[in-house]
Design a protein around this ligand. Structure first.
Ligand code: 13P
Length: 250
């Protein structure tokens, strides 16, 4: 088993283009780690300047969202071809904030995932339960359902390249990290689900991140879990602490 770790920052709605360039320049010496794929998912308007600032470094610039149509009358949306043209290789799909505030559903997530693969952009597919769902004891059922719909009509070769981010909603931006056991339990269940949908080789290859208040302090233990292949990081991705997360094994 030798999955390469992937640590992605999700800047959310932060950083003007000028600030984005300054942040990339500040973080670039801190996020060097040959063992890890490093991605900064940034607001659409920051993609081009961040890409320029990251040239020649190990930083990949990703997007936070993408629409599932090729082009046309969809005011305000970003197309996969636009991301291709800008050189974007990763896109976050179905973050819980998009589901909550922008009415994204498992079905639109699936359409976006298929479209991303069509354009050879790696989707970082988000799933996660609310606090109520966790308290009701339906976490695993809920996550399995999200995964099954997200991967409808996705073939095994594509699934092998996908990244899944397990982000318990109650742990996002709250400072409340899931315990290592909670995070590992759900990430393992996701891998089992992928094994059922595809086969053992696909389950073994797919990378599963944990997200939710990840910090330089919590990353080493989380990323040492057998089914956790890195993190999707919000708040800490805007600070030098992100360098510690990327260098969790040093
Ligand atoms: P925080 O790391 O700020 O909790 O955000 C997690 C997240 O939503 C990443 O996508």
């Amino acid at each position: 088993m030798s999955r390469r770790k992937i640590v992605a920052g999700n800047w959310k709605m932060n950083m003007t283009p000028t600030e984005a360039v300054a942040l990339v320049n500040e973080l670039k010496p801190l996020v060097v780690n040959d063992d890890v794929d490093v991605v900064f998912c940034v607001p659409a308007i920051d993609i081009i300047p961040a890409m320029e600032a990251a040239k020649g470094t190990n930083i990949n610039i990703g997007a936070e969202n993408m629409y599932f149509e090729e082009k046309g009358a969809y005011t305000g949306e970003i197309s996969p071809a636009m991301l291709n043209d800008a050189g974007v290789k990763y896109v976050i799909i179905g973050h819980s904030e998009r589901r909550e505030y922008f009415a994204e559903t498992d079905e639109t997530v699936n359409k976006k995932v298929l479209k991303a693969f069509e354009h050879e952009i790696t989707p970082i597919i988000c799933c996660g339960e609310s606090l109520t769902q966790r308290e009701q004891g339906i976490t695993i059922d809920w996550i399995r359902q999200q995964i099954k719909i997200a991967f409808l009509n996705v073939n095994a070769d594509q699934a092998k390249k996908a990244v899944i981010a397990y982000e318990p909603i109650w742990a996002i931006g709250t400072g409340k990290v899931a315990t290592t056991e909670q995070a590992q339990e759900v990430c393992a269940a996701i891998r089992v689900c992928i094994g059922e949908l595809y086969d053992a080789a696909t389950a073994e290859a797919i990378r599963i991140q944990y997200g939710g208040s990840v910090s330089g302090a919590s990353a080493p233990e989380l990323f040492a879990q057998p089914d956790i292949d890195g993190g999707l990081v919000g708040g800490a991705s805007l600070k030098p602490d992100f360098g510690k997360i990327v260098n969790y094994n040093k």
